[in-house]
Design a protein around this ligand. Structure first.
Ligand code: PFF
Length: 451
C-alpha cells in the first residue's frame, strides 16, 4: 500500500539530489573536514572516513529517506503513523521528535557560525587581507567574536536568508534556491581548485590526503571520522527524512542516496584539495584546528597574487554551502507546524526562525559575555554542539536503522526500496540493521567517555 502525500513534492529526482546534497554539503565539509583530516593524520583519516560513509552513512541514509517517503509526512507525524500502522510501540515517534529538535538546535548555532562567513565576505571586500600577519589575523577573528552586536547582526541576516527561502515553499523556495546555489558552489570550487593547483603546493597536498600515515591514526580519530560521517550526511536531524517525504514515488532510493553521498564526499575532498595547497605553500601547519579557515587562510590569501578575490570567492562559496544546509534544518519544524497546526508556511517559518534566532543568542554570548559561564566545563555553544553531534544524531541514527530493519514489515521496506533482488536487499538489511547500530554504539560510548 502506498501512502497518499499530504504535502508538496520535488518536481524531479534531480531536484531532490540537489536539495539533499545541498543539505549535506556545508560547514561540515568546508570547515570541519579539512581541519579534522589535518589533525588526524591526513590520508589514514580520509580512508576511515570513506569507510564510515559507505558502511554506515549510506545505509542509514537509505533507511531515513525510505521512512520519510513511506509516510509522506513531516518526521514527527511520519514516525507516529508508521509505528501505528505496524502495531509498534508509539514511543518510536520519538525518532521524529528528536530529529526535528536536533535540526532546530543545530540551526540555532549553525546560523551564528555561518554569520561569521558573511562577515568574512565583507572583510574580504573591505580589508582584502593584504599582507596580513598571523597575529593580525588572530586579532581580526578575536575582535569579531568579542563583539556581540556584530555577531547578532550577522546571525540575524543569515537566519533571515534561511527562513526567507523556507517560507516560499518546496518548489518555489527550496528547489529554486538549490538549483542556483548548488551548481554555483561547484563552479566556485572548481575555479578555486584551479587557483590552488597553480599557486599552491599541490603535490604535497596529494601526498598528505591520499598517502595514509597509519602512525598518526588513533582510536579517537576512527571515532571522530564516524561522527563526522553522520554530521556531514545530515543524518538523524529530520532533514533527510523530510526531504525524502517529498521524493517522487518512482525514484530509486538506494541509487539516489548513493549519488548524494558521493557528491558530498567529493565536495569534502575537493575542499581539502583547495585548502591544503595554500596552507602548505605558506608553510603553515595543517593541524591548526577549527581556526584553520577563519584565522589561517586569510593570512595565506593576503600573501598571494589576486588573493583578495580568491578570499572573496572562497567565503561566498562557504555562505552558499551553509545556506542550503540551514534550510534543511528548519524544514522539519516548519512542515510540522504547517501540517499539524494548519499554519501558513510563512507564519511557521517566522516562528521557527525567531525561536532558532533566540536560542542562537546563547551561542553568540558564549563567545563573549557568557564566556565564563560553563556547564561541565563547556560553554553554551559547546553544550549544544555536544548534545546534538555526540548524542542526538548517533542515537537517532541507531534508532532509525533498528526501526527500518526490524520494526517495519519486510514487505513495506522491500516495496518502498524497490529492491526485488534478495541478495541486495539482505545485504542492505544486514549492514543497516546490525553493522551500523553496533558501530554507532561504539561512537556513543566513546563520546560519553566510557572508553
Ligand atoms: N551536513 C551539514 C554540514 O556538513 O555542514 C550539517 C547538517 C545539515 C546537519 C542539516 C544536520 C542537518 F539537519
Amino acid at each position: 500500500m502506498k501512502m497518499r502525500s499530504i504535502h508538496d513534492q520535488w518536481s524531479s529526482r534531480l531536484a531532490f539530489i540537489l536539495a539533499a546534497t545541498g543539505s549535506a554539503v556545508g560547514l561540515g565539509n568546508i570547515w570541519k573536514f579539512p581541519y579534522m583530516a589535518g589533525q588526524n593524520g591526513g590520508g589514514a583519516f580520509v580512508l576511515i572516513y570513506l569507510a564510515c560513509i559507505f558502511l554506515i552513512g549510506i545505509p542509514i541514509m537509505i533507511a531515513e529517506v525510505m521512512l520519510g517517503r513511506r509516510a509522506r509526512q513531516n518526521p514527527i507525524n511520519a514516525m507516529a503513523t508508521l509505528a501505528e500502522q505496524e502495531n509498534r510501540n508509539p514511543g518510536w515517534k520519538l525518532i521524529g521528535w528528536s530529529g526535528t529538535l536536533a535540526g532546530f538546535i543545530i540551526f540555532s548555532f549553525y546560523s551564528v557560525i555561518s554569520g561569521w562567513t558573511l562577515y568574512y565576505v565583507y572583510l574580504s571586500l573591505n580589508h582584502g587581507f593584504s599582507s596580513l600577519s598571523m597575529e593580525e589575523s588572530q586579532s581580526l577573528f578575536q575582535k569579531m567574536v568579542e563583539n556581540p552586536y556584530g555577531l547578532i547582526t550577522c546571525h540575524t541576516l543569515f537566519a533571515g536568508m534561511t527562513l526567507g527561502v523556507v517560507a516560499l515553499g518546496i518548489q518555489n523556495g527550496l528547489e529554486r534556491a538549490v538549483k542556483v546555489l548548488m551548481p554555483g558552489l561547484l563552479l566556485l570550487l572548481l575555479l578555486l581548485l584551479g587557483y590552488s593547483m597553480s599557486y599552491g603546493s599541490f603535490g604535497e597536498t596529494l601526498r598528505f590526503l591520499f598517502q595514509p600515515d597509519w602512525n598518526h591514526l588513533s582510536e579517537q580519530s576512527v571515532l571522530a571520522a564516524m561522527g563526522q560521517a553522520f554530521f556531514t550526511l545530515s543524518l538523524a536531524s529530520g532533514a533527510i527524512m523530510v526531504y525524502g517525504s517529498y521524493l517522487p514515488s518512482d525514484t530509486s532510493i538506494p541509487r539516489t542516496c548513493i549519488i548524494v553521498a558521493l557528491s558530498d564526499t567529493s565536495i569534502a575532498l575537493l575542499s581539502g584539495l583547495v585548502i591544503f595547497p595554500i596552507v602548505f605553500a605558506q608553510g603553515m601547519t595543517p593541524a591548526s584546528g577549527p581556526g584553520l579557515i577563519f584565522q589561517t587562510l586569510p593570512v595565506a590569501f593576503g600573501a598571494m597574487p589576486g588573493g583578495q578575490w580568491f578570499a572573496f570567492l572562497f567565503f561566498i562559496l562557504f555562505v552558499f554551502a551553509a545556506w542550503t544546509s540551514s534550510i534543511s534544518m528548519v524544514e522539519p519544524g516548519v512542515s510540522w507546524l504547517a501540517e499539524n497546526h494548519g499554519w501558513t508556511r510563512p507564519r511557521a517559518s517566522v516562528m521557527i526562525g525567531f525561536g532558532g534566532w533566540l536560542v542562537g543568542l546563547g551561542t553568540v554570548f558564549s563567545f563573549n559575555l557568557w564566556q565564563e559561564f560553563t556547564i561541565l566545563g563547556k560553554t553554551f555553544f559547546e553544550c549544544l554542539d555536544y548534545l546534538t553531534s555526540n548524542l542526538m544524531l548517533p542515537l537517532g541514527g541507531m534508532a532509525i536503522a533498528i526501526f527500518a530493519c526490524w520494526k517495519l514489515s519486510t514487505n513495506s521496506t522491500r516495496n518502498e526500496l524497490n529492491l526485488p533482488d534478495s541478495y541486495e536487499f539482505n545485504l542492505w538489511r544486514w549492514v543497516t540493521g546490525i553493522l551500523a547500530p553496533f558501530s554507532v554504539l561504539l561512537v556513543c560510548l566513546n563520546s560519553l567517555g566510557v572508553f
